[in-house]
Write a protein that binds this ligand. Structure first.
Ligand code: SF4
Length: 168
C-alpha cells in the first residue's frame, strides 16, 4: 500500500506532545486563506510506502502519538485507514485534521467503507475548513473557531458530537 504525502515530520504543534505528523498530499476543500496551498495538488508530493512509515512510527516509542494533517487525510481514506488500523494495534494515540465537518464524514462513511474504517481508529478529530474571519489565536490546536476537537470513539458510540474539553 502506498500513500501520497507532502511530508512527514516530528512536531509539538499538531496535537499534544511530540507527534509524528503525516501531511497528506491533496485537498479538495480550497479554503481561500489556507496556509498549506502546496498540499492541494493530488499529483504533488511523493508516493511513500505505508508499511515502512508504520514501522518507523512504532519504533519511535518516545512519541506521544501521531497526527494526520494535510492536505486532507480524508481525501485519501484508504491508505490512512490502513495506517491507522496498524498503529492502533500498537495502542498509538491518533489525531487527525480534516476540512470536512463531522456531519459530512458520517454521511460519507455510509457509502465509503474506508472513511468508516479511518474514523473507527482515530482518537481525536479536528474538523471543518479554516475560515480566516473566525481565526482566534487563543484557541488550541485549531486555526478558526468553527473547528471542533472531537472525541471520535465516544461520538461514534453516542451518535452525536462529543467535544474534547481538555483544550480551550
Ligand atoms: S482543508 Fe486544510 S489544507 Fe485543505 S484547503 Fe482547507 S486549510 Fe488548506
Amino acid at each position: 500500500m502506498q500513500i501520497r504525502l507532502a511530508s512527514i515530520l516530528e512536531s509539538n504543534a499538531n496535537g499534544p506532545g511530540l507527534r509524528r505528523v503525516f501531511f497528506s498530499q491533496g485537498c479538495s476543500h480550497g479554503c481561500p486563506d489556507c496556509f498549506n496551498k502546496h498540499t492541494w495538488d493530488f499529483k504533488g508530493g511523493a508516493l511513500i510506502d505505508c508499511d515502512e512509515e508504520i514501522q518507523k512510527t512504532i519504533d519511535a516509542s518516545y512519541l506521544a502519538g501521531v497526527t494526520f494533517s494535510g492536505g486532507d487525510p480524508f481525501d485519501q481514506p484508504e491508505p490512512f485507514a490502513y495506517i491507522a488500523k496498524k498503529l492502533k494495534e500498537h495502542n498509538i494515540n491518533i489525531w487527525s485534521y480534516t476540512g470536512y465537518t463531522w456531519e459530512q464524514l458520517i454521511e460519507l462513511s455510509k457509502t465509503n467503507t474506508y472513511i468508516k474504517q479511518l474514523l473507527s481508529n482515530i482518537d481525536v478529530l479536528v474538523d471543518g475548513p479554516f475560515i480566516k474571519e473566525l481565526m482566534d489565536e487563543n484557541i488550541e490546536w485549531r486555526g478558526s473557531k468553527n473547528q471542533r476537537i472531537i472525541l471520535v470513539q465516544e461520538s461514534l458510540k453516542q451518535n452525536k458530537v462529543i467535544l474534547n474539553k481538555d483544550y480551550k
